[in-house]
Ligand binder design. Structure first.
Ligand SMILES: NC(=O)c1ccc[n+]([C@@H]2O[C@H](COP(=O)([O-])OP(=O)(O)OC[C@H]3O[C@@H](n4cnc5c(N)ncnc54)[C@H](O)[C@@H]3O)[C@@H](O)[C@H]2O)c1
Length: 345
């Protein structure tokens, strides 16, 4: 980890991962400049940091240039959930590509180190399993996910070219599915979907036959990996996989969430989205060797913390009316499922 306090720019700092990165870096004594355009992030994620003397917030779109003095840059800006990045696909590509160009330019001017949040999506629907960093991927360049996958691939290219051409110290992290508190309740990612559906008594939506797999990393583990990568030797640029190598099918995950929430929710099946990868599991040998990193939080423990977080977003149940009286209007009848609109956003 960086010894002296540094001036650190976290783009996408009001997002799910970014807010945890800001929090950890503040705890380590650094000065944080959080930059976000709030397209998929939320002020609520960083509300508790706003009064901190070493925390600054700037509303800015990284697809435009930024001139600030910094020592390190964590470039996390980009919507990560498919419904969000597909909502404005051109802006998603601009965020990844123009954003990387502007931030690498900033790193070049200031001599800052830059960590690029890349993704397991650069492997597409992989034909190699588990995925190692030397696998070049199997990506559909013209499908609805391409704005994200290809944008991130191009950002990796830019990082490596700025390193070769201009000698920049860059670090590329290929992040696999990460979950935890501060994911949005309605952002369409599978863990938040399942937890919110289970807590509100709705059926859990499983796509396809539910046998497709993902590997889920708890946010604290991932943040630890990112900080280790930033602090790694100058000559280590990655790309390096960061994720949990324990693989679960979607059906297993759904059943686990139902059991942990104590919900009586059913499971519904829906058609598989276009280009949805069948299997995903990182080979993390490189991270183990070069960063001495591997996840420590089990899926069970991480899900419990995530469920607690989403439970905390539900307003308290109104008191039950006496048995002899009918429920007052707007109250939930005993046994009636709470509606999703009860979740505070
Ligand atoms: N969470 C995961 O499982 C995962 C997996 C792989 C990669 N990643 C990458 O990690 C990063 C953070 O992901 P996350 O899960 O926190 O997503 P998120 O959507 O919660 O956070 C992204 C943040 O970036 C901000 N943003 C988007 N476009 C921007 C722009 N043009 N200018 C400034 N800010 C902008 C959003 O408002 C949001 O606060 C992303 O780059 C994502 O691609 C995440």
């Amino acid at each position: 980890m960086m010894k002296r306090p540094a001036r650190i720019l976290v783009t996408g700092g009001a997002g799910f991962l970014g807010s945890h990165v800001c929090e950890r870096l503040l705890l380590e004594g650094h000065d944080i400049l959080c930059v976000d355009n709030f397209s998929s992030g939320s002020k609520r994620n960083i509300a508790h940091l706003l009064g901190h003397p070493r925390f600054e917030l700037l509303r800015h779109d990284v697809s435009f240039p930024l001139y600030v003095e910094v020592d390190e840059i964590y470039n996390l800006a980009c919507p990560a959930s498919p419904p969000q990045y597909q909502q404005d696909p051109v802006q998603t590509t601009k965020t990844s590509v123009h954003g990387a160009i502007h931030l690498l330019g900033l790193a070049r001017r200031t001599g800052a180190r830059l960590l690029q949040a890349s993704t397991s999506e650069v492997y597409g629907d992989p034909v190699c399993h588990p995925q190692r960093e030397d696998y070049w991927g199997h990506v559909n360049p013209v499908g609805p996910r391409a704005c994200y996958d290809e944008g991130k691939r191009c950002a990796e290219t830019l990082c490596m070219d700025y390193r070769r051409r201009h000698g920049l110290c860059v670090k590329v992290a290929r992040i696999f599915n990460t979950y935890g508190p501060r994911m949005l309740a309605d952002d369409g990612r599978v863990v938040s979907n399942f937890v919110v559906q289970a807590l509100t008594g709705r059926a859990l939506t499983v796509f396809g036959n539910g046998r497709q797999t993902r590997s889920f990393c708890y946010v604290d583990d991932l943040v630890d990996g990112l900080l280790r990568l930033m602090a790694s030797a100058d000559d280590f640029c990655g790309p390096v996989n960061l994720g949990n190598p324990v693989e679960s099918t979607m059906l297993e995950l759904a059943r686990k969430v139902i059991a942990l929430t104590g919900s009586g929710a059913a499971i519904d099946f829906a058609p598989l989205p276009v280009d949805d990868p069948a299997r995903r599991r990182p080979d993390i040998s490189l991270a183990q060797q070069r960063l001495s990193w591997q996840p420590a939080v089990s899926l069970h423990d991480g899900l419990e913390k995530t469920i607690d977080y989403f439970r905390g977003l539900l307003p308290p149940e109104p008191p039950q009316p006496p048995a002899s009286r009918p429920p007052a209007p707007g109250w939930l009848a005993v046994g009636q499922a709470p509606s999703p609109s009860r979740l505070r956003h």
